[in-house]
Ligand binder design. Structure first.
Ligand code: CO8
Length: 265
């Protein structure tokens, strides 16, 4: 059965024209704390978006109070080392399905984005925060540290010393600080977060899905490669786009002084 027709218990899926898929994390009573079911369901939905030709951009959101408050401590507290490792296998699988998704992802953050919740946000391409959003990596207070990529992605978005400060102290920070240190693209009033995310999604949805996919991949690779290898990979992807209809359409539209209609071919 397609992810489009399934009923999920911890997530909601919805769609907006043109080609916007929305994943909502939905365990409101526990501030969307991440358990195995939420990991499985969000993975399945993100994979659905990844391969769905109708989807051009993805928005990931929580609810009014929380994007997500991190791992479900009521579940993980009793894990032994091997169960913890298995749990993180699933966490990484889901977080990489967000980060490596063929489609651009936008995090729309209201309320709390803590621990694994913030780490999911950090895997999204673009992040829009409500002015009442609260961020933090409080794992140090639990005798652990961020395990969903936070030690890797936080310093890459902000800086090493800022990442260490917040990971070592576990202190929460507000949306203005998140913007100042480079974790989010913009801060908007709380009731305008989805409008801002949809506005951004609609703008991006008009572009060539093929060019977006290759641009995203090249930028993501820049985080893991030396500059020469990255530029070589960029060159291959860039020239490959010259075999697409979208490249012909984009350049023809420019020369004919009209708007391009990209079909993702
Ligand atoms: N896990 C389980 N339950 C939670 C969590 C959580 N992370 N956060 C909140 N809840 C539950 C509370 O237990 C409570 O449940 P109940 O009503 O049954 O008692 C309910 O949500 C409401 O919580 P509070 O009463 O505490 O409400 P407050 O408004 O006073 O406080 C806070 C809200 C600030 C969110 C507070 O609950 C808190 O600090 N929560 C813990 C946050 C935290 O430490 N997060 C990090 C978790 S570890 C982690 O994320 C590791 C990353 C690796 C996995 C990544 C997965 C993607």
């Amino acid at each position: 059965m397609s992810y489009r027709d399934k009923q999920y218990e911890t997530c909601l899926v919805s769609f907006e024209e043109p080609g916007i898929g929305i994943l909502q994390l939905n365990r409101p009573k526990a501030y969307n704390a991440v358990n195995l079911q939420l990991l499985d369901e969000s993975y399945e939905i993100m994979e659905g978006f990844h391969y769905d030709p109708e989807i051009r951009v993805i928005i990931i959101k929580g609810n009014e109070n929380a994007f997500a408050a991190g791992a479900d401590i009521k579940v993980v507290n009793s894990y032994n080392a091997f169960q913890a490792r298995d749990f993180l296998d699933k966490v990484h699988k889901t977080v990489f399905m967000i980060e490596d998704n063929h489609k651009p992802t936008i995090a729309a953050v209201n309320g709390l984005a803590l621990g694994g919740g913030l780490e999911m946000v950090l895997a999204c391409d673009i992040r829009i925060a409500a002015d009442n959003a609260t961020f933090g990596l409080p794992e140090i207070n639990l005798g652990i540290f961020p395990g969903a990529g936070g030690t890797q992605r936080f310093p890459r978005s902000a800086s090493i010393c800022i990442a260490k400060e917040y990971i070592f102290t576990g202190e929460f920070f507000d949306a203005a600080t998140a913007y100042r240190i480079g974790l989010v693209n913009k801060v908007v009033p709380a009731n305008e977060v989805m409008d801002a995310a949809l506005k951004m999604a609609k703008k991006i949805a008009k572009k060539s899905p093929l060019a977006l996919r290759e641009a995203k991949n090249a930028i993501n690779m820049s985080m893991n490669m030396d500059i020469k290898s990255g530029c070589r990979a960029e060159q291959i992807a860039w020239s490959m786009l010259f075999s697409s209809e979208d490249q012909k359409e984009g350049m023809a539209a420019f020369l004919e002084n009209r708007k391009a209609e990209f079909k993702g071919r």
